[in-house]
Design a protein. Sequence first.
Length: 94
Amino acid sequence: MGKGYEQELNDLRKKIDEIDTQIVELIEKRFEIISKIAIIKKKNNLEVFDKSREESIINKIVEKSKKLPSYVLKDIYEKIFNVSRKFQEEIIKK
Ligand code: PRE
């Protein structure tokens, strides 16, 4: 009694766990590509930061997603780009 929400909460959290597993797999895939790009940039003396590419990705995904307010994707992608650049800088330094 009074705890009727618990099963529903557990079920929802289970779904979150499954989604997180998928997100991590996708992040791994994205970073495999990020490291390949880093190697190309290193060989060709290119800058890691490509502002226009980042802007075009943000515009594209915000346009695509009808369900989320744009700040959600913008905030998440700002973090993704920051980590991607850091990751590439580490590869290039070696
Ligand atoms: C990426 C990372 C850094 C750049 O500033 C732009 C985009 C990204 O995370 O999507 C990938 C990348 O290095 C590139 O497209 O040049």
